[in-house]
Design a protein around this ligand. Structure first.
Ligand SMILES: CC(C)(COP(=O)(O)OP(=O)(O)OC[C@H]1O[C@@H](n2cnc3c(N)ncnc32)[C@H](O)[C@@H]1OP(=O)(O)O)[C@@H](O)C(=O)NCCC(=O)NCCS
Length: 205
């Protein structure tokens, strides 16, 4: 993915030290969400997804690279159809939750969601970040929000399926404290999971 969007070399030359790269959540809520600052100083807004996000979701999807789409949905997909976007924007709170990170214009720059599995007191998650904003702490902010929401629901585990070749996501999840395990029936996938009973998961590092 990094090769495909051609951003990795520039980023590695200009990346500030790790501590400064972390997105910081700001206490003030503005423009329909909680403001936070990306590592490169942009202000984004974190909020639950809304029914009127359909068109913004479709535009956000259109900005993803083909590789990001494959990493997110595991197959080729050229467009987010209105029907699917409608489903994604209307989350049944009993079944899950979804959050978006928007810019000041309301464009969706990151999206993350969880689906609760009541059989195991856990939830499956997935996320994607606008290619122009990867490596800036947006994914980390979104995952922390999912962890908080999962704990609020009393869940003990949050897991996601990741393509085995998606080293960026695997490393990203590991840095946030996730463990990995093979998926015997799907050798192309790795299951990453957060133990929500561990207080270190989701804590500031
Ligand atoms: C994986 C993904 C969600 C990460 O989101 P992100 O916003 O880039 O993540 P963050 O910026 O919070 O990254 C956290 C760490 O990874 C590093 N990182 C993330 N993307 C990077 C990139 N493209 N190049 C270099 N480093 C990167 C960050 O610098 C940061 O490092 P640190 O922990 O040492 O501070 C994003 O790359 C993405 O949308 N991938 C495609 C979809 C996908 O794979 N989804 C997973 C299916 S569940």
């Amino acid at each position: 993915m990094q090769g495909m969007n051609g951003m990795s070399d520039d980023r590695s030359r200009t990346r500030p030290p790790r501590r400064e790269r972390r997105a910081r959540t700001a206490p003030r809520s503005r423009a329909g969400g909680e403001a936070f600052t990306t590592a490169d100083g942009r202000t984004l807004f974190l909020r639950p997804i809304r029914p009127d996000d359909v068109e913004a979701l479709r535009r956000g999807f259109a900005r993803l690279t083909p590789e990001q789409v494959r990493q997110r949905v595991f197959h080729r997909m050229t467009e987010l159809t209105p029907d699917v976007a409608e489903l994604l924007a209307n989350v049944d709170p009993d079944k899950g939750a979804a959050y978006v990170a928007t810019d000041a214009e309301g464009e969706i720059r990151g999206e993350a969601r969880l689906y609760v599995d009541t059989n195991v007191e856990g939830a499956e998650f997935a996320l994607v970040v606008d290619p122009e904003l990867t490596g800036q702490g947006v994914g980390r902010t979104l995952v922390r929000r999912l962890i908080d929401e999962s704990r609020r629901r009393g869940l003990s585990e949050l897991w996601g399926f990741v393509l085995a070749g998606n080293g960026l996501m695997l490393d990203f999840a590991s840095r946030l404290g996730a463990k990995r395990e093979a998926v015997p029936e799907e050798p192309d996938l790795v299951r990453v999971h957060f133990d929500l009973r561990d207080p270190r998961i989701g804590a500031d590092d």
